[in-house]
Design a protein around this ligand. Structure first.
Ligand SMILES: CC(C)(COP(=O)(O)OP(=O)(O)OC[C@H]1O[C@@H](n2cnc3c(N)ncnc32)[C@H](O)[C@@H]1OP(=O)(O)O)[C@@H](O)C(=O)NCCC(=O)NCCS
Length: 167
C-alpha cells in the first residue's frame, strides 16, 4: 500500500471485538509482522480467557467486506491494563493506523476502569517504542534477557502510561 497523507486512509477505520473466526487471518498477519510470532493457539487462548481482543478494519473500494488492518490484545488486572500485543499489517504501517488503534484500546481500558496501561517491548523494536513514546508511555524498567533472538536473548523495556492524562 502506498504511503498516503495521515488522516485520508484513517477516515473510514473502525474497531470491533476480535472473534474466533478472525484468527486465521490474524495469525497470518502475526507471522508477517513479528519475527517470533505467537501461535494461533496462543491467540485463541487470549479469547478463551476473555482478554480484550480488538481489530481495526477498513472498507476499501470494491472489496466485498472490510479488511483487517491490525489488532490488539489487552489483559485487564485490577486498575491496570496490559497491552499484550499490537500489530498493524506490514503493508499499512507508518500511516497512523497504529496510533489510532492504540488510542482506541486506551479509551476502552479507561471505560473499563483502568488507570494505567503497561507493556513490554523488545529493546531492538525502535518502531514500536516510538509509537509508545508518542502515545505518552515512559520506560519504567528493563527485563534483561526476556525475549528470544536468533542467537540468544534480548531485553524488554517495561513501559507505562497513565490513562486519562494521555488521550
Ligand atoms: C508498532 C506498530 C504497531 C506501529 O504501527 P504503525 O501503524 O506503523 O504506527 P503509526 O503509523 O501510527 O506511527 C506512530 C508512530 O510510530 C513510529 N513509527 C511508525 N512507523 C515507523 C517506522 N517505519 N520507523 C520508525 N518509526 C515508526 C513513529 O514515531 C510514528 O510517529 P510519527 O507519526 O511521528 O512518524 C507497527 O509498526 C507494527 O505492527 N509492528 C510490528 C509488530 C510490533 O512490533 N508490535 C509491537 C509489539 S510490542
Amino acid at each position: 500500500m502506498a504511503s498516503v497523507a495521515r488522516g485520508v486512509e484513517l477516515s473510514n477505520l473502525h474497531f470491533r471485538r476480535m472473534m474466533f473466526s478472525d484468527l486465521p487471518l490474524i495469525y497470518q498477519m502475526e507471522q508477517r509482522c513479528h519475527q517470533f510470532p505467537w501461535s494461533e493457539e496462543s491467540l485463541a487462548d487470549c479469547l478463551r480467557m476473555q482478554y480484550d481482543g480488538w481489530v481495526a478494519e477498513q472498507f476499501v473500494d470494491k472489496a466485498p467486506s472490510p479488511l483487517i488492518m491490525g489488532y490488539a490484545i489487552v489483559m485487564k488486572a485490577l486498575d491496570e491494563a496490559h497491552l499484550l500485543n499490537i500489530v498493524i499489517d506490514e503493508s499499512a504501517q507508518g500511516q497512523g493506523f497504529g496510533i489510532a488503534l492504540l488510542n482506541f484500546v486506551k479509551t476502552k481500558a479507561i471505560e473499563q476502569g483502568a488507570s494505567v496501561m503497561l507493556l513490554e517491548v523488545r529493546e531492538s523494536n525502535s518502531q514500536a517504542q516510538r509509537l509508545y513514546h508518542k502515545s505518552g508511555f515512559e520506560v519504567i524498567g528493563v527485563r534483561k534477557a526476556y525475549y528470544p533472538i536468533e542467537n540468544g536473548r534480548e531485553a524488554a523495556m517495561v513501559m507505562k502510561c497513565s490513562l486519562g492524562a494521555s488521550l
